[in-house]
Every structure is written in C-alpha cells, then in structure tokens.
Design a protein around this ligand. Structure first.
Ligand code: ATP
Ligand code: FE2
Length: 329
C-alpha cells in the first residue's frame, strides 16, 4: 500500500520547541513539544535558545516515533521562519535545513501567525471566519479579504498573553501565568478596571498598571485575576462582534495560546449565539505554539507551488500576517 505524503513541521519562534507530522490530506499523526517554563522570570532568549537546542533532536525523534514513521517517509519539511526571536528562530531553521539536506527532502519556511489561523480551520472545519487571535505577543481581529488576511483590529500596546504574564510575574505566579490566572479567577469577585476599546482596537496598558497597583495594595489576588479576565474578555467580545457586523462573516474562530481559556470561550459563545453566528475555539492541543500547525501551513503552501532552496533558507523575525498572500484559499 502506498503511504500518503507526509510533512514534518518544526516550531521554535518563542518558548516552544515543537515538532508535528501531518499527512497531505490533513491527518495529524504527531504533535510533540518541549516548552520552556520558569518559576522566576520571563523569557531570557539565550536560555530559551539553549533549551531549544538541547531538546530539538529528541522532540523530532519522538514525533517520528509517535507517527510510526522514519525520516525517509517524510516528503516535506516545514519550519517557522518568523515572526519571533532570532536566536530561537535559528534553532528551528538550522534543524530543518540540516534534515532537508541530509535526507534530500523538500524544504519550506512559513509564517507562525498564519499557521495559528490555518490549524484553527483544519481542526474545527470552520472555513471563512472572523479570527480572534489572542496569544502572547498578538491580539488581533482578522478576516480573509481578497486572498489576504486583513487585520481589522489589534492591541495598541501589548498582547493579552504578555499582559497576563507580566501581571503573573509581579504576583510570583511564574511563566506562563495565563492558566494560573484562570484558576485563581474562579474564586474572585469584581473590582473595577480600565476598559479601553477604540473602534476595533483594544489597549491593555492601563489595565496592567492598575492591576499592579491593586496587587501592591493587597487586593485579594483572586479578585484581581477575576476582574482582569472579565474586563479583557468583554473588550475582546465587543471588538469581535463589531468585526462580525462589519465583514458580514458567519463564523468566529478563537485561536492562539489564550484560546485555552474556558471563560473567554464561554463569553464569545454567548455573544455569537445572540447574533446567530457559529463560534468555535481551536482545540487545546493546537491553541499554543506547536509544530503541527507549521507542518499544515507548509502543506498548504507547498501544494500551491512554494518551497525554498535549503541554502537560501532564511528567518523573518518581523514578518506580519497581512504580508503573506493566502495562495491556498
Ligand atoms: P505569538 O503566537 O503571538 O507569537 P506566543 O507564540 O508567545 O505568541 P502562544 O503559545 O500562542 O504564544 O500563547 C502563549 C500565551 O498564552 C502565554 O502568554 C500564556 O500565558 C497564554 N495562555 C496559555 N493558557 C492560557 C489560559 N488558560 N488562559 C489565559 N492565557 C493563557
Ligand atoms: Fe504563537
């Protein structure tokens, strides 16, 4: 029996060294990762780079083992060329390039943020939604328009994940703080925080300052966590609703690391039900950074004519979502 073509995807843009294996028809065979975490500070690029270098080979081997295949069964290697932090991007690029050269496999570099969007489509069967992309760095409301992802609204300062992590650092919750804040919020009650929406844009800076003041004033941490979530998530529901009205799209898809948050999904679901719009959140395994989304994005672009010469394999630390032509749509 002839096996379906397979792509191996490598993610290393930030905290996660990941490797996923996906078939060209979209079957996910492996999704392995090693995530850099710390109890003390944030992300120190040289420590994270060392973490990724140390774990790359093991993560790739584990993915092959999980999928029950050998590197010789792989038809395409895809790596995240950006956006991200250069020392970490280079670890993924180097591993992908070396494997491609050694085993004579076609290579492709893809955009990490676009991959967050398309793994959402694959795993939820949602076709043409308004995407609410909420991760560490990004908070954006996006939709496809004339084969380009157009950013209708975004944060005017920090991404929500980073805002949560910054508060978490001050409160001694470690990194990443999002999941811990979600747990603490369950026992909290509401205190007023700055709510800042401008059209389809949002701002979290005032909220970060205010929550840090409340922490110093010994406001119970559960109350701060609860109010932080309620306020930010209400802001996100408001701008998503506005984007749905503006674009006329019939679906909302929540993606990115913060999509793991059940309360955020619940609030968006309520808003969508009221408008008769379908709401889905990307499954937990594919919300944060992973190599599976990089593999799938590689397949989408390769089957539409793209690939890269291993000796030209570059990194693009600042490439934006709206710079990538959606040639597969
Ligand atoms: P980007 O995709 O913009 O490059 P990233 O790669 O840093 O950002 P992701 O892995 O997509 O980010 O998301 C990580 C973020 O998700 C962290 O800031 C983390 O605190 C947050 N997060 C994870 N789980 C939860 C949760 N349950 N609730 C809220 N936030 C969460
Ligand atoms: Fe990400």
């Amino acid at each position: 029996m002839k096996m379906e073509k397979l792509c191996l995807g490598i993610e290393s843009t930030a905290h996660t060294m990941g490797c996923g294996i996906v078939s060209f028809s979209g079957k996910i065979l492996a999704n392995e990762r090693a995530v850099y975490t710390t109890q003390t500070g944030g992300m120190n690029p040289s420590l994270v780079k060392e973490h990724h270098k140390k774990n790359a080979e093991t993560v790739i081997d584990k993915a092959l083992e999980k999928a029950g295949v050998s590197i010789k069964d792989i038809s395409l290697i895809s790596y995240a060329h950006g956006p991200g932090i250069s020392p970490m991007l280079l670890v993924g690029r180097n591993n992908a390039k070396d494997l491609a050269k050694k085993h004579n496999i076609t290579l492709i570099g893809v955009n990490h943020c676009v991959a967050h969007l398309t793994i959402g489509n694959l795993t939820t069967s949602i076709k043409d939604p308004v995407y609410l992309y909420v991760s560490g760095v990004n908070t954006q409301v996006i939709a496809l328009e004339n084969k380009l992802f157009r950013i209708f609204g975004e944060t005017l300062d920090v991404g929500l994940g980073n805002a949560l992590d910054k508060f978490g650092r001050e409160a001694g919750l470690g990194f990443p703080a999002g999941p811990k804040i979600e747990q603490l919020a369950k026992k909290g009650k509401y205190v007023e925080l700055p709510y800042t929406v401008k059209g389809m844009d949002v701002s979290f800076a005032g909220l970060v300052t205010k929550t840090s003041q409340l922490l110093k004033q010994n406001t119970p941490i559960e109350d701060i966590c609860f109010s932080f979530q309620e306020t930010c998530f209400a802001m996100l529901a408001e701008v998503s609703e506005r984007a749905i009205a503006y674009t006329g799209k019939k679906e909302l898809l929540l993606i990115g690391g913060v999509a793991a948050n059940k309360r955020l999904a619940e609030m968006l679901d309520i808003m969508c039900k009221e408008r008769g719009v379908i709401f889905k959140a990307v499954p937990l395994d594919y919300s944060g950074d992973q190599g599976t989304m990089i593999a799938w994005q590689g397949i989408l672009e390769y089957t539409n004519g793209k690939s890269i010469d291993p000796d030209q394999a570059d990194i693009r630390p600042y490439e934006r979502t709206d710079e990538v032509p959606a040639i597969w749509t």
